[in-house]
Design a protein around this ligand. Sequence first.
Ligand code: SF4
Length: 228
Amino acid sequence: MNSEIISLNKKIINCNKCPRLIKFRKKILKNKRKKYINDKYWGKPITGFGDMRGEILFVGLAPAAHGATRTGRVFTGDKSSEFLYRCLYKAKISNQNTSEHINDGLKLNNAFITAALKCVPPEDKPEKKELINCFQYFEKEISIMTNLKVIIALGKIAFDTCIQFYRKNHNLNYKFIFKHGKRYELSNKLTLIGCYHPSPRNVNTGRINENKMTNLFKKVKDDLNFMN
Ligand code: SF4
């Protein structure tokens, strides 16, 4: 891990800019899910995971209350991560099809995963000022990923965070609409792709399924192979 990312991760883990989210984290620690009653919850903000020299960046909304906030790794230990990693594995982006705890040997190939908001918000609904507070960390992650070619935004909030970043840093005046599989060419040969979030709600309603998500990931990989 390079020194820039080590220093960034330290800042994230020690961040206390959002009082509402800190209060909510404390509440989660007091009210552990029965299934995890004997687990020591991580209970701090969550950093990104994977290969920062990678060409693909996955961006989710925020850590889950009893997933990443418990295990200490983004998309780890909850239903969304179970679904996501089955697809990542099929697309050969991860070395295994599960993401259960930080010592499970998981590795990403050519990819990094992060969240737009590094702390879990009540009811998965961040306030605007919290997203603004956290935006600096996302900006820094992008600036460290010097080989970045494709951003896959998992859900609309993640998609809007990416748009906000590129609007601020580049002259993008056209309209962006979040749609699964819809691609936008941003600056410097960078592509942004919208993808439904792998949440149980999206899976149970049939909005997303394993084939649909895996095919999107495989297409990204094929396009990158073609470009390289
Ligand atoms: S959401 Fe981001 S800015 Fe707010 S406390 Fe957590 S890490 Fe800090």
